[in-house]
Design a protein around this ligand. Structure first.
Ligand code: NAD
Length: 300
């Protein structure tokens, strides 16, 4: 058996198309241009590239992109003042403060200072509470992207046995809540889980979000489940030459391909959806701010 490849890159392109259509309608019918503000603290080159790509995609779908790059030693009160200004700006509908922060900044304080209605990362405690109680919230981007791909692949997820490996606030916990919301039977596994093999073996859906290269071997799963590999791990690749590296997921992709029904690759799986979903969330936030209906196909 050879697993179907879930094409996250193609799926993300279709999400951006939907976003662009919504943005055009907001402009034509209501005279509103959604705006996404991204704040980056520090000079980390990888995060700068990530933020640049986000900004480029924001403009490509027709939205306004506002970027604030702050020095790594920016005092907390300066960052909080900037967020207060963005919260009050009617042209800004979504705010992202790129994680992780330099150590002197209190992550929870900064995230919870964002207006929950503009918190397009969905990390504010108010959005976390709304999601976990099944109310309308803004949903974290990586789990939202995973849910969209799972729904597109399966149709209904109702009654399926889902195992989420990893219990982080940004991936594992919101993913589990979303799957529960779609009526899966959900197990959250983590570093203290006993007999992970047995837990994984009963799953119809496996979402792996651990951050350990290929820690889950293909023969742990029963034949046929859908596997969403969130993990991104860089490993040495001596076969490509001295000092070369490559990216792998948490699942042993080559062996999983023989057992799984469907699987996301690393790269081109979850990653592109994580970049597309802040755009979707900004459209959602903008429509809500203006008392308009939820955008089709862009929310949980
Ligand atoms: P995290 O470090 O916050 O959480 C990792 C989780 O894995 C923890 O809950 C821990 O309990 C669990 N864990 C650790 N060892 C384990 C083990 N041996 N068995 C079972 N569970 C174990 O990480 P995170 O922020 O949730 O990210 C997880 C991975 O996903 C990382 O590789 C990260 O780079 C990647 N990621 C990818 C995207 C994307 O867009 N593709 C987005 C976010 C995160």
């Amino acid at each position: 058996m050879s697993a179907t490849l879930i094409d996250g890159k193609g799926f993300a392109a279709s999400v951006r198309e939907k976003v662009a259509t919504h943005v055009a309608r907001l402009k034509d019918e209501h005279g509103i241009t959604p705006g996404l503000a991204v704040v980056l603290v520090g000079e980390d080159p990888a995060r700068q590239v990530y933020v640049r790509n986000k900004g480029k995609q924001t403009v490509e779908v027709g939205m306004n992109s506002i970027e604030h790059k702050l020095n790594a030693d920016t005092p907390e009160d300066v960052l909080l003042d900037l967020i207060a200004t963005l919260n009050a700006d009617p042209e800004v509908h979504g705010i992202l403060v790129q994680l992780p922060f330099p150590g002197h900044l209190d992550e929870d304080l900064v995230i919870n200072s964002i207006d929950p209605a503009k918190d397009v990362d969905g990390f504010h405690f108010s959005n976390v509470g709304l999601l976990s109680t099944g109310q309308r919230s803004i949903v974290p981007c990586t789990p939202l992207g995973c849910l969209m791909m799972l729904r597109a692949h399966h149709g209904s997820l109702s009654g399926l046995d889902a195992v989420v490996i990893g219990r982080s606030n940004i991936v594992g916990k919101p993913m589990a809540n979303l799957l529960l919301g779609d009526s899966c039977t959900v197990t959250i596994a983590h570093s203290r889980t006993k007999d992970l093999t047995e837990v994984v073996r009963r799953a119809d859906i496996v979402v792996a979000a651990v951050g350990r290269p290929e820690m889950i071997p293909g023969d742990w799963i029963k034949p046929g489940p859908t596997v969403i590999d969130v993990g991104i791990n860089r490993i040495d690749a001596p076969e490509k030459g001295d000092g070369k590296t490559r990216l792998v997921g948490d699942c042993d992709f080559a062996r999983f391909s023989g057992f799984a029904g469907a699987i996301t690759p690393v790269s081109g799986g979850v990653g592109p959806m994580t970049i597309a979903c802040p755009l979707a969330n900004t459209v959602t936030a903008c429509r809500r701010a203006n008392g308009l209906a939820e955008p089709d196909g862009l929310t949980a």
